[in-house]
Design a protein around this ligand. Structure first.
Ligand SMILES: [Mn+2]
Length: 349
């Protein structure tokens, strides 16, 4: 939640540094209707750091209902003069910037007709860029968009002769055509490898010129899910190298499979602890990683007396011709070695 605020700060800083004409927010600035006054104040205060216009439409999560997060913000006097909330599907001309915005705000959570239809017949000043702003699913272009509510025609930019169509709702970064993009959510919050965490810098020289679109990473936390199988010795070194390359402050979910020696298992845990400290979160699952003690591992356990006899018996059974017996013995040995290593700190390499 904190990162969702600080990303607004970074967007304002980037917009200022790039001296952009405007920042467009294509819906779901807020993800709920009943937010604290503090949350509203804080969001708009952070937005105020960029002096140019913010042009915002409501999405499905912050739809312009009769009583909404927008009426609440207005009551609070929280909305700065440079933040323009377009609550109605009416042309908004920003003469100084020479941009004409055609907005398709959601006034309810779900609609089943295309709210961008009116763009096609709308007149805009000839010297202004003609820009659509909408929130929903481009029909047939997104996974599971077949019967999705809030449909948007995939041909809208063309039929409405738009210079650019800025879309929201899809959390990933996605280009639909030359003039139509989803920027995705600026702060990633799911394990989905779809390019979330960016804003798009859109440069259009003049009306009808092709847009230059450059994604800028503004998200603080990347969400990274990895599945590794350790089979041969070099796999562990490769895993460590890959872990060290992950961007700092990521949210990491790691699953390890395969087999590992006792000594390497201890190196692995040490490394994971160190890597964990560099990230917002690192979770790992080792349930499918089988401990496979080597001769050296077992010697290092210094098992003597009865336990030493058991270790020796299991090793002999492991070397027996019977596959099933050998497998059982190997697993028993791994469990025993693990228990012994936990109670013998001097084994740690
Ligand atoms: Mn949405």
């Amino acid at each position: 939640m904190e990162a969702r605020f600080t990303v607004v700060q970074r967007i304002a800083a980037l917009a200022t540094a790039e001296a952009v004409d405007a920042v467009l927010v294509a819906g779901d600035l807020f993800d709920a209707q009943n937010l604290s006054d503090r949350t509203l104040h804080r969001t708009f205060q952070l937005m105020a750091a960029y002096k140019g216009p913010w042009i915002v439409i409501p999405g499905n999560h912050d739809a312009a209902l009769a009583d909404s997060v927008w009426t609440q913000a207005r009551r609070l006097g929280a909305i700065p003069a440079n933040v323009h909330i377009l609550l109605e599907p009416k042309l908004a001309v920003f003469a100084e910037q020479k941009i004409a915005i055609l907005p398709a705000p959601l006034t309810q959570r779900q609609t089943y007709h295309d709210l961008t239809e009116w763009f096609d017949g709308a007149d805009t000043p000839a010297d202004c860029l003609r820009i659509g702003l909408a929130h929903g699913s481009v029909s047939g272009q997104l996974p599971e968009s077949a019967d999705a509510p809030n449909p948007i025609s995939p041909a809208r930019a063309q039929t409405a002769r738009l210079d650019y169509l800025a879309l929201g709702d899809w959390h990933g970064l996605k280009q639909i055509d030359e003039r139509t993009w989803y920027s995705g959510t600026p702060e990633q919050e799911r394990f989905k490898d779809n390019g979330a965490g960016h804003v798009l810098l859109v440069e259009i020289e003049k009306p009808s010129a092709p847009p230059q679109v450059t994604p800028h990473l503004v998200g603080q936390h990347q969400w990274i899910k990895r599945d590794f199988t350790l089979a041969v010795e070099s796999d562990l070194a490769n895993l460590f190298a890959e872990l060290l390359q992950l961007p700092d402050m990521s949210v990491v979910d790691l699953t390890l499979r395969g087999q590992i020696t006792l000594l390497d298992h201890q190196r692995l845990l040490q490394t994971l602890t160190a890597v964990q400290a560099r990230h917002r979160s690192l979770q790992y699952q080792l349930a499918d990683l089988r401990l496979q003690p080597t001769e050296e591992d077992i010697a290092a356990l210094h098992a003597d007396g009865y336990v030493g006899d058991v270790v020796e018996a299991l090793r002999q059974r492991q070397a027996s011709g019977d596959d099933e017996q050998a497998e059982t013995a190997r697993e028993a040995l791994a469990i025993l070695a693990d228990l012994l290593s936990q109670s013998a700190p001097e084994v740690k390499a």
